[in-house]
Design a protein around this ligand. Structure first.
Ligand SMILES: Cc1cc2nc3c(=O)[nH]c(=O)nc-3n(C[C@H](O)[C@H](O)[C@H](O)COP(=O)(O)OP(=O)(O)OC[C@H]3O[C@@H](n4cnc5c(N)ncnc54)[C@H](O)[C@@H]3O)c2cc1C
Length: 284
């Protein structure tokens, strides 16, 4: 079993920034564990510009990892399964790491169909918006139209815009009175002739085994073959279930607070990396 001064779980913008900041401050014993085979997290599936100075998510991630400190030991394709109060992390592949300080940078998870009061079975063709973004942008998947999207925040708008630009009919349903999201993302509605229905939600999905339509709370039925849920993000803190908030733990990025912009995530990551190293030096 290896020991590291700082263990960082999650290699998205927050985890990368935390590792860099701790290494720059002088820490020579850092492990960063990432479930996927690459650093970047959610950034890697964002092909739209809007990160930093007009970069795509992928370009922003590439800038973050440029000249990444060699003193950080990277564990790719590795999931942290459990963290014990005795400061031991259990990794996939039956490995363990002990640590002095832990930085949780596990991001957020999307609210799925099963967590919403939507009647009906669970037919084929229902996804969260982020799942579809990953399938389309990283695996070349093309959704079947017509498409209904629930939630007009930035993720809903970005997906609506991308799918409509492929010539697929998209209806966006928003339970609030007005469309959410940044002005720059709202522009896509007009540009791509996307139908927006406000002050309504989806009450039920129909079809078996595949989706045939969505029922609106106002009574209208919309025929569709794909339904995307963009109903919000929840910080991913499952690993803390048995731990609470011990003094040797820092949280950063979307697992701390769901940030609208990547810059906020990176700044939070940096803060966590420096705080963890200061604790090791007994300065905090
Ligand atoms: C669709 C979408 C569009 C966005 N658009 C913009 C935009 O235009 N401009 C902008 O500035 N920001 C945008 N953002 C926000 C920004 O991209 C994110 O807030 C930020 O990238 C999140 O970084 P993170 O490190 O907190 O989380 P994530 O990127 O989610 O990283 C968490 C990482 O932890 C790993 N992980 C989780 N659990 C474990 C475990 N147990 N073991 C090992 N690894 C684990 C995951 O694999 C993942 O790589 C967007 C976000 C989304 C979802």
């Amino acid at each position: 079993m290896g020991h590291f001064d700082i263990l960082i779980i999650g290699g998205g913008a927050a985890g990368i920034a935390a590792a860099r900041a701790a290494a720059d401050a002088g820490c020579k014993s850092i492990a960063l564990v990432e479930r996927k085979q690459k650093l970047g997290g959610i950034l890697l599936q964002c092909s739209h510009p809007g990160f930093g100075a007009g970069l795509t998510g992928g370009e922003y991630a590439a800038a973050l990892v440029q000249d990444f400190p060699e003193t950080v030991t990277l564990f790719f394709g590795t999931t942290v399964l459990l963290v014990e109060p005795n400061k031991t992390a259990h990794l996939s592949g039956d490995r363990q790491i002990s640590f002095s300080q832990l930085i949780l940078a596990t991001g957020s998870r999307e609210i799925p169909l099963g967590a919403l009061p939507i009647a009906g079975t669970r037919p084929k063709g229902v996804y969260t918006a982020g799942q579809m973004q990953e399938m389309m942008n990283l695996h070349g998947f093309v959704p079947q139209g017509p498409v209904v999207i629930l939630g007009s925040g930035d993720i809903g708008l970005i997906m609506a815009s991308q799918i409509a630009a492929m010539g697929i009919s998209v209806t966006l349903v928003e339970q609030k009175e007005n469309c959410g999201g940044l002005t720059r993302n709202r522009r896509c509605l007009k540009d791509n002739s996307i139908r927006l229905i406000c002050s309504q939600t989806i009450d039920a999905v129909e079809g078996s085994p595949a989706l045939t339509g969505c029922c609106l709370s106002g009574g209208e039925k919309i025929a569709c073959r794909t339904f995307l849920i963009a109903a919000g993000l929840v910080p991913e803190r499952g690993l803390l279930a048995e731990l609470g908030m011990p003094s040797w733990l820092q949280m950063c990025g979307n697992c701390n607070t769901v940030y609208p912009m990547a810059e906020g995530v990176t700044a939070d990551g940096r803060k966590a990396g420096i705080a963890a190293f200061q604790k090791i030096r007994g300065k905090l």
